[in-house]
Design a binder for this molecule. Structure first.
Ligand code: PEP
Ligand code: MG
Length: 587
């Protein structure tokens, strides 16, 4: 049946990235691979081996394609890691043993390949030599692909979207989102998640509309169904009628004309009506977003999330690989600042295929994450710190640590940094000896002890995504409680004020780089509370600049002062909405 003849159905989710898309659905279900086991008849055995060879060939082609895309988008050095993957596919021991196992047992080739590759993975992961241990991750990644191809599951891969499609997924992991084909995803819709899950942050930076928390949608749609995704109001309309399409066409026209007004105004500086300049910086994940930073006229990078370099790969990138990536961004944006955040893996960003580095945890957001991981895996941490230091010779690089819980942890991280500086000096490697160091304030304990933390850093940047999650005890990716995730909760507003005042007493500037900073409804409140600069997805700069240019700082301070006296999150939200609407008219 043509899906356009089905009934129109409206489904409400959570608006996560603005924009409207209309198109056909591609359903992406993530699941662990279950390998079926069965006996192959003797007369089918030649065919079975041919099936294996075909799967190896397809896998080789897929990896070569990803390698050439990564090389184009991130640079040839980043693409080198796929050479190791291609080598796995040439490994005669692995292939020969699989075929011998098959000939001896007659079990289907998936079962034999799975057994042999698991044996190799186990052997590699137990070797003391780090280089050889890394081969276990390469093998795991490639084995996964070969199995998917044998089982005909490869068409689910997000990197292989053939046509422009609305991706409807049960969940999108950060490594999925790193591999999404940007030109083919019309919109992203997920059953789970909330506004601050990392997949959404990526969608926003890709300027793709996104709606999350649409429970069970994957079970209600089929590949090829037609849908409208309204990323402004968080609505999905399945099988829209002609009149709905017409109505959405009108809405889209209006939004487009507002957006062109925003872009026009974006050429001018971010200065309030009473003459206060507000630095607006960009959050980026990847090297290829540098173009967006320039296009949207952000004054540098306020948050470079380096995890994506790691999530794109099944092994830890080397110091040299990281150096080239950071140097690329620093050079491209010099003399503007680039604040590189040290690794924030863990939480909802575990490194795929590395259960030895990231064992499964019941409570990952409260677990082995970010600076905790780095201080325990000092070799990985030091490689990154040296890479950042080396890049600092090529632009205005600054460094900040994520998830700092207090002064002692910051001091421990700084001690490792000092060691790295010493090592580079011994190597004669140039770097910025006055590198500015910042701490992210996203754990309540750091906010409460801001006076202590501020002694050992040159700036702080508030990660509201995590700070709100920890203050309100609301898992930021759990759609069941997403409605309780309230940026305007009095506890949040008071904590922000406490951080700003504490940091200012120590004469250090405060930035906000969580999603709140890129929301034009909250930006005036943050600035009114005394925040000095804001960092956001590049495409949000125009909307935030627009409201800044339409307000006075005096009014923003009055808004913040009033908010600090209020008791209800909803009332504070209404105040912020009214402040915004009074200054920015969309029509
Ligand atoms: C935050 O927590 O607000 C933040 C910017 O960091 P991330 O979203 O990467 O955890
Ligand atoms: Mg965070």
């Amino acid at each position: 049946m043509d899906s356009r003849s089905k009934n129109e159905v409206t489904v409400q989710g959570i608006a996560a990235s603005q924009g409207i898309a209309y198109g056909q659905v591609f359903v992406y279900i993530q699941s662990d691979i279950t390998v079926p086991s069965y006996q192959v008849e003797p007369d089918k055995r030649i065919e079975e081996v041919a099936r294996f060879e075909q799967a190896l060939l397809v896998t080789r082609q897929q990896i070569a394609k990803i390698q050439s895309e990564v090389s184009k988008n991130l640079g040839p050095e980043e693409a080198l890691i796929f050479d190791a993957h291609l080598l796995v596919l040439e490994d005669q021991a692995l292939i020969g043993e699989t075929i011998r196992e098959f000939q001896a047992t007659g079990r289907n080739i998936e079962t034999c390949f799975n057994q042999v590759s698991q044996r190799y993975i186990k052997a590699f992961s137990e070797i003391a030599d780090e280089y050889l241990r890394e081969r276990a991750s390469d093998l795991r990644d490639v084995a996964q692909r070969v199995l998917q191809n044998l089982l005909g599951q490869a068409e689910n891969s997000l990197s292989r979207l053939a046509d422009k499609r609305i991706v409807v997924a049960n969940d999108i992991t950060p490594s999925d989102s790193a591999s999404i084909d940007r030109s083919a995803a019309l919109a992203i819709v997920t059953d789970s998640g909330s506004r601050t899950s990392h997949a959404v942050i990526v969608a926003r930076s890709m300027k793709v509309p996104a709606v999350v928390g649409v429970r069970n949608l994957t079970t209600r749609v089929q590949n090829g169904d037609w849908a409208i995704v309204d990323g402004y109001d968080g609505v999905i309309i399945l099988n829209p009628t002609e009149s709905t399409l017409f109505r959405y066409g009108k809405i889209q026209e209006r939004k487009k004309s507002f957006e062109s007004r925003l872009l026009e105004a974006n050429r001018r500086p971010a200065v309030t009506l009473d003459g206060v300049s507000v630095p607006l910086l960009a959050n980026i994940e990847k090297m290829d977003e540098v173009g967006l930073v320039q296009e949207y006229r952000a004054e540098g990078v306020g948050l470079y999330r380096t995890e994506y370099l790691f999530l794109n790969s099944s092994r830890v990138p080397s110091e040299q690989e990281q150096f080239l990536a950071y140097k690329g961004v620093a050079e491209a944006l010099a003399p503007n600042p680039v604040i590189i955040r040290s690794l924030d893996l863990g939480g909802d960003k575990p490194m795929a295929g590395n259960p030895d580095l990231f064992p499964k945890e019941d409570n990952p957001f409260m677990g082995f994450r970010a600076i905790r991981f780095c201080l325990e895996h000092r070799d990985i941490f030091k490689d990154q710190l040296r890479a950042i230091l080396m890049a600092s010779a090529y632009g205005k690089v600054q460094l900040m640590y994520p998830m700092i819980s207090g002064h002692e942890e910051l001091a421990r991280a700084n001690a490792v940094l000092t060691e790295c500086m010493q090592e580079l000096k011994e190597r004669g490697q140039p770097f910025d000896e006055n590198l500015s160091i910042g701490a992210m304030i996203e754990i309540p304990s750091a906010a409460m002890t801001i006076d202590l933390v501020a002694r050992d850093c040159a700036f702080v940047s508030i990660g509201t995504n995590d700070l709100i999650q920890y203050l309100l005890a609301i898992d930021r990716v759990n759609d069941r409680i997403a409605h309780l995730y309230e940026p305007t909760h009095p506890a949040v507003i008071r904590t922000l004020k406490q951080i700003v005042d504490g940091a200012h007493r120590h004469k250090i500037p405060v930035s906000v780089c969580g999603e709140m900073a890129g929301d034009p409804v909250y930006a005036p409140l943050l600035l009114g509370l005394g925040v000095d600069s804001l960092s956001m997805a590049p495409s949000w700069v125009p909307a935030v600049k627009y409201v800044i240019r339409a307000m006075t700082m005096a009014d923003a301070r009055a808004l913040a002062e009033e908010a600090l006296t209020m008791s209800s999150p909803r009332e504070i939200q209404a105040k912020c909405d009214a402040f915004y609407r009074a200054r920015v008219e969309m029509e």
